[in-house]
Structures are given as C-alpha cells and as structure tokens.
Design a binder for this molecule. Structure first.
Ligand code: VTB
Length: 323
C-alpha cells in the first residue's frame, strides 16, 4: 500500500465531484444534445476538482469523442496547487452521453484517483474487454477463446449451470459473434445500449444479476472499470483494438508498441485507487438525480481499494449550495 494514500482524504471527498457533475449533467438529460450535455458535465467536474486539496493530473481524460469539440478535461489536464499532495485521475463526466441525451437509463458521472503514475495512459481507441467478479481464477478469462467457453468456465467456478450465467454485452453488430457464442453455450445475454463501466462493475456486485462482461468498448472506460474492480475485487483481461493506422499512431504516441499485449486490472491500475460514480439517469447500478424545489438528490457509489470498502451514498443537496 502506498503511504499517505488516499491523499487529502480523497476517499471521502471525491464523491462530491461526481455528485456535482451528475447534477449539472441532469439539466441536459433528454435534450438531444450530446455535446452540450458533455460540456456542462465536464465544466462542473472541472470546477469541483479545483476545490479538492490535491495537485491533480488527468491521465485518462473525457473519452467522449466528438467533432469540433474543445475538451474541458483532456488527457494531461492539470489542476490544484503545487503545495498539495499529488494524485492522478481517470474520469468520464458522462459515461453514456448518448443515453443521457436521449434520457435513457444508466448514464453515470464517474471518476477515479490514484497516486502519481497509478493509471495506464491509453489512446482514444477501442479495447477488447472481459470482466468477472471476485473469487474466481483470472485464468478463466482468455480473449482468444470463444466467449461461450469463458461462460462455461465461469459457471463451473460458480458451481452453477451455464444457463444461470448472464453476460452483459454492448448491443453492436461488432459483437454478433460474441453474442452467438454465448447463446450457443447456453448463457443468457443482457444487451445494453451504452455504458460498459457500469456493466463491468455489475459483474462484481452479487445482486446485479450480471456475471460476465464481454466486448469492445472505449479504452478509457476500461481503465475506469479497472479502478472500480481494484476496489471490489474481480478480474479483467483487455487488449487494445487497432483498426487503422491512425489507431496505431495514437497508441505509438503514448509509447504503446506491443498491440497484442493483454492487460489485467493491475496493469491498468498499478496501485491503490479510489473510485466514485453518481447516477445521472436511473439505472441498474445507481438511481439518477432527482429534483425538488428545494434540493437535488443523488445516488453514488464510493469505493476505496486500500480497505476494500464499498459505500452507497444517498445525498440531499440544497439548491442554494449550488448557486
Ligand atoms: C464504448 C463504451 C462506453 O460508448 O466506448 C461505447 O465503452 C462507444 O461504442 O461505455 P460505440 O462507438 O460502438 O458507440 C459507451 O457505451 C458509452 O460512452
């Protein structure tokens, strides 16, 4: 364990960052403008980060790729005063910006912190991901095997029939083979529109009904999900997806040349971490922001790896505090 970690009480204060981000994002829910929603959320997150007593560096910045968009929290963004303790951050002001713009379920605001150098820097490209909850041999995961085989091995490890395994997969044509493999093996497939950070976390929460996550999503979201699993246990196997010379250039730019390399939770997040997420719209992991004339209510998850504590926090935040 790294001494003096979490820095500056981050375990207790980081949740305010995602609470304020989720409240700002909620104002743009259902308005059909992804860029406006992401910008409002990112501005709120940046402001909240500035109130933390840390000297922060964003290693994994806002992953939502949009044209003609000036990023508010890009990779490399630094904040805070040089006298404060150092911390690195991975963040996504709106994980599921499309679902937020459409007022659909499961958009969350999320951030993770680690000591300097604790997050692997990743290019803004896709990543293959397999994830399971704690208590199983990570060797169950193998990106080169059909997903159905993974489901069968996980079922054996859980002591259940494969028909009782539910795998969560992003509903995309690129996943047709994975979905077919899983169904052929007898597993159930829970298809989601967006939001694979929440899906990975769900594999580690027994009441979620999700046992396995499989598929290609953003690399940045892979690091965030790994930070969460670092706190709750569980395993991932991931690999960057290089589809073009531009993808290769982006990887090379940050020193990643071996593009076949598989990354585990410990590769993506090398030491301790703090992870928080607050629901923007109601979802399976978290409820969304609700409003009354006097206050906002938010629902968050706070997880700290040094003590493996998972907290669910329901906050009531008077409106006058936000003006
Ligand atoms: C992925 C996934 C995210 O968007 O990045 C996905 O990791 C984008 O996939 O959780 P497509 O390009 O196929 O839409 C999310 O689902 C939400 O940001």
């Amino acid at each position: 364990m790294t001494a003096n970690w979490p820095a500056a009480g981050l375990g207790d204060t980081l949740v305010r960052v995602t609470e304020l981000t989720a409240i700002a994002a909620e104002a743009l829910v259902g308005r059909g403008d992804e860029q406006a929603a992401d910008r409002a959320a990112a501005l709120a997150m940046r402001e909240a980060l500035n109130d933390l007593k840390v000297r922060g560096r964003v290693v994994v910045g806002d992953p939502d790729v949009m044209e003609d968009y000036e990023y508010v929290l890009p990779d490399g963004f630094e904040f805070g005063s040089p006298d404060d303790p150092e911390a690195d951050f991975a963040l996504d002001p709106i994980e599921g910006v499309t679902i937020a713009a459409k007022a659909k379920a499961n958009a969350i605001a999320t951030i993770a912190a680690a000591p300097r150098g604790g997050f692997m820097a990743v290019p803004s490209i896709y990543m293959e991901k397999l994830a399971i909850g704690p208590g199983h041999d990570p060797g169950i995961l193998d990106l080169d095997e059909p997903a159905g085989e993974i489901a069968i091995r996980l079922a054996a490890s859980k002591g259940v029939d494969v028909s009782e395994i539910t795998a969560c997969v992003l509903d995309r044509p690129r996943h047709d083979k994975i979905i077919a493999d899983l169904r052929r093996a007898g597993a159930r497939v829970n298809l989601i529109g967006d939001g694979d950070v929440a899906a990975v976390i769900q594999t580690a929460l027994p009441s979620s009904g999700v046992d396995l996550y499989a598929g290609e999503g953003g690399a940045a979201e892979g690091v965030l999900a790994a930070a969460a699993l670092k706190c709750v246990g569980g395993a991932m196997q991931t690999r960057l997806v290089v589809r073009s010379n531009e993808d290769r250039r982006l990887a090379s730019e940050i020193g990643l040349e071996d593009l076949q390399k598989r990354y585990s939770v410990d590769d993506l997040v090398t030491g301790p971490a703090v992870f928080t997420a607050t629901g923007i719209t109601r979802g399976t992991l978290l409820d969304g922001v609700t409003r009354s004339a006097a206050a906002f209510e938010t629902f968050s998850l706070v997880m700290t790896s040094h003590d493996c504590v998972v907290r669910r926090i329901h906050s009531r935040i008077p409106r006058e505090l936000l003006t």
